[in-house]
Design a protein around this ligand. Structure first.
Ligand SMILES: [Ca+2]
Ligand SMILES: [Ca+2]
Length: 299
């Protein structure tokens, strides 16, 4: 189930000027993904990250870059992301300025290179962002494939993302997709949902503690408008090291679906004392626990 994302080049350097730490990163390839500094842990204060994405050889000015923010959660107004056309941070090249909770937003460059500039102030951290990029030929429209293929991204630093088919666009009708995640010995699987909206209650994400058999199915699945920009995130924790998910939609009405980060945590981990059940109600949970990293060989 490994996603076909690949990054051909990564170059970076870090410098410290005054109190602000600056970092430059370069990514190349026709598709890929990148997270904010420390993602999926909270990003650092007083930090500036400049990420340059270029599609690479063979991708001329006939191509543009399509961005999908699978996660976007910043301290509103104080921490910002600016997107620029080309290798530039000139205000004249600015495409968009983002802050707050903007998971599910989409942007496009005018050419085969763009720059993402991320700045944080001296207090107030959030989970940050994870953006997926895709090369698109000029004049052609792009939307993520609405199939069960490649709905998981595993990063080699020990976390990953899972999203519904077609995300950030709507999922299709009459689909059934499944995933199985396996943590290490004495670990559990934690899912952090940054967006969740399905037809209530006809399109459902079901959870299985272990493999996908009826005896393992939890009585309560997720459906409806559960996570939106006002609720920040919701959490689901497995009871053991193996955790499976099945998403099904019925024949009519579809919504944007979901996007989640998965991580592996200690088997003794709990949140608010009762987190190892189906306590994804956002108002009950403020923060996710301290994570163990790296957990084991990524999926
Ligand atoms: Ca801040
Ligand atoms: Ca439906």
């Amino acid at each position: 189930m490994r996603a076909s994302f690949f990054v051909l080049l990564f170059l970076g350097f870090i410098s410290i000027e005054g109190k602000v730490t600056s970092q430059m990163r370069s990514f190349s390839g026709p598709r890929g993904g990148l997270g904010s500094p420390s993602f999926p842990d909270q990003y650092p204060n007083e930090f500036q990250d400049t990420a340059i994405i270029q599609l690479g050889s063979g991708y001329t000015t006939d191509y543009i870059i399509h961005l999908d923010f699978l996660v976007f959660q910043l301290e509103n107004l104080y921490d910002t992301v600016d997107i620029f056309d080309g290798n530039s941070t000139d205000p004249a090249d600015n495409i968009a300025k983002l802050t707050g909770n903007m998971t599910g937003r989409t942007y496009q460059s005018d050419g085969p290179v763009l720059t993402i500039l991320f700045k944080t102030d001296l207090t107030g951290q959030r989970d940050g962002f994870y953006v997926r990029w895709t090369a698109v030929k000029k004049g052609e429209s792009y939307s993520a494939p609405k199939t069960c293929d490649n709905l998981i991204i595993s990063e080699n630093t020990g976390y990953g993302l899972i999203y519904s088919p077609g995300y950030v666009g709507n999922y299709p009708d009459s689909i059934s997709c499944s995933w199985t995640l396996e943590a290490g010995v004495a670990q559990k699987v934690l899912l952090i949902f940054y967006a969740y909206e399905t037809e209530d209650c006809y399109d459902v994400l079901s959870f299985y503690d272990g493999s996908i058999i009826n005896a393992n199915k939890r009585s309560k699945g997720m459906c409806g408008d559960i996570v939106n920009p006002t609720t920040e995130a919701a959490f689901v924790l497995s009871t053991g090291s193996k955790f499976s998910l099945v998403f099904t939609s019925d024949m009519t009405k579809n919504y944007a679906g979901f996007t989640a980060v998965f991580r592996y945590v200690s088997a003794s981990e709990t949140i608010n004392g009762d987190f190892n059940r189906m306590d994804w109600t956002p108002s009950k949970i403020d923060r996710h626990p301290k994570m163990i990293k790296p957990p084991k060989t990524p999926l």
